[in-house]
Design a protein around this ligand. Sequence first.
Ligand SMILES: [Zn+2]
Length: 222
Amino acid sequence: MSGLRSRKSLRMSESRLVIAVVAAATRTAFFSQWLSHACFACRISSIARRIAGDRRARVRVDLRGRSDFERDVLLKAAEIPHGEVRPYGWIAAEIGRPKAVRAVGTALGHNPVPLIVPCHRVVRTDGTIGHYSLGGPENKRAILAAEGLDPDAFERRSRAGAHYTGSRTTHIVCNPTCRHARRVMDKHRVWFRSLDAAADAGYRPCKVCRPASGAGAVAIPA
Ligand SMILES: [Zn+2]
């Protein structure tokens, strides 16, 4: 018993020593600086991972001062996966404000944290790439291209009226850049001008990208 007590008291004194060392270290300028640099490096790493498409990387953003609507728009935009785009009308429909397409564009134009909230992945409802608050449309195209999207091809298809794409084998219709849509083989692929046209042909909307009814049917200034 006495041996057991000794070992236990030894462990307790070791613990106290560790606590004392940590407490002393936190009071030194060196440790504070090191911790600050480590935290900063950690945050930079998370931001870089997030921008590169790692959705597990958590980045804190300060959206205080934004209205509920603006916050809804920004948080919804943050859900758009790396290398994919959605029209303004999609965001409006997703947040339950299907007629507020223009206001969605305004809210994204005032995005306080571009790239972190990837407003560059939101395109005009007519399927053109549209404006970008962080340096103009050329930057938007360059960032989308860096994410693996071909902006020219996307616009060409949109101008030809190809706003949605589906698979003849699954009869599921998607936003064209949805990861499921991109896996469809060309010989099985079909294009639709509107979601109504897809529904008429017996296609049901993808549960992942949730193409919004009406998006793509009207041209909205960005
Ligand atoms: Zn989809």
